[in-house]
Design a binder for this molecule. Structure first.
Ligand code: ADP
Ligand code: MG
Length: 312
């Protein structure tokens, strides 16, 4: 069987901090990201690509909010689906163009992905992921009453809606993904963590108001398609211990045990490197390899020449 990799693109692959979220700017970033992914295709891996959607879904929520008196707003599961569609389109087109320019024949297809979570997930009792725009205290109280939203003060900047961030339990559409991989196709799936769904009392799927961490979804996807490597591409070249301090130290190849020890010592920040290392450790502990590196180093990291590798 061919080598198989799941690649999770970080936020910077689509929009860099302080850039304006126009289509042109995002498409320019995506074109560069696609060039880098095409280099991996040259190394001969079956590739599943997943990606973040934070700023994009934030803007969709804002559009909903601003236009709510004219067009009825949609719930979070639908907003995720919208973001997967639009980001997938940019990636699919750019990647296909990059491959053709290199004379590579692979197909590229985007699959809208539902990510099933457990209705009993403890995250539903503790919504803590801030999303969307800022509100005043008065508006926040109104939202709590009118819409049943949970609102939280965000570092003196105002009030934001917080939603549950449950663990992915099962990624849907995996058989289709594997079939496509077997047919010379790069699959874009699970974007923004996937559309959050649960089973109702009758065992039927339905959308739910939640967001799922994209690195956790990437890891689950990598397990379900039996990938050899799970790669998280971000805006730093390596994972560090004592990050940002004078004595910071770059990590290259480390064991699961070593990674877990650093994790327990608190070297990886919640909400950024923490979930990546959690996903990396979980994946690598099944005797596999997880890589965290910069977008630019992706191909070199896959060849073992750059980035941080956690090996099981
Ligand atoms: P992404 O959009 O790729 O998920 P994140 O911002 O969530 O990006 O995570 C990457 C960020 O994690 C880096 O920009 C870095 O500032 C931060 N970070 C936190 N702790 C560490 C660490 N120990 N080593 C490297 N980067 C770290
Ligand atoms: Mg992140």
């Amino acid at each position: 069987m061919a080598n198989r990799v799941v690649i999770a693109l970080g936020g910077n692959a689509i929009l860099k901090p302080n850039q304006e979220a126009t289509l042109e700017v995002q498409l320019d970033n995506v074109k560069l990201s696609a060039e880098l992914v095409a280099k991996i295709e040259e190394i001969d891996y079956e590739i599943v690509l997943t990606h973040g959607n934070g700023p994009q879904v934030g803007n969709i929520l804002r559009q909903n909010e601003e236009a709510k008196d004219v067009v009825p707003p949609f719930p979070l599961d639908v907003c995720n689906a919208e973001s997967q569609g639009f980001i997938g389109y940019m990636l699919e087109q750019s990647l296909k163009n990059s491959l053709e320019t290199k004379g590579l024949t692979s197909n590229v297809i985007t699959l809208l992905t539902q990510t099933e979570v457990s209705a009993e997930d403890e995250a539903f009792n503790n919504p803590n992921k801030p999303i969307g725009i800022f509100y005043t205290e008065e508006e926040a109280k109104q939202m709590e009453q009118e819409k049943n939203w949970v609102m939280m003060e965000d570092a003196g900047r105002g009030y934001r809606r917080v939603v549950p961030s449950p663990q992915p339990k099962a990624i849907h559409g995996v058989d289709a993904i594997v079939n496509l991989l077997n047919r010379n196709t790069i699959v874009i799936a699970g974007g923004g963590g996937g559309i959050p769904v649960v089973r109702d009392q009758n065992g039927l799927l339905k959308g739910i108001e939640a967001v799922i961490d994209k690195d956790r979804t990437g890891k689950k996807l990598a397990e379900q398609i039996d990938a050899n490597v799970f790669m998280m591409l971000t805006d730093v070249s390596n994972v560090y211990i004592n990050y940002g301090k004078e004595n910071q130290e770059k990590l290259e190849t480390i064991s699961v045990k070593q990674a877990q020890q650093y994790m327990d010592e608190g070297h990886f920040a919640d909400g950024s490197m923490g979930p990546k290392m959690e996903a990396a450790i979980g994946f690598a502990s099944q005797g596999k390899t997880a890589i965290i590196c910069s977008l630019e180093d992706a191909d070199q990291a896959l060849l073992g020449r750059a980035g941080t590798r956690i090996v099981g």
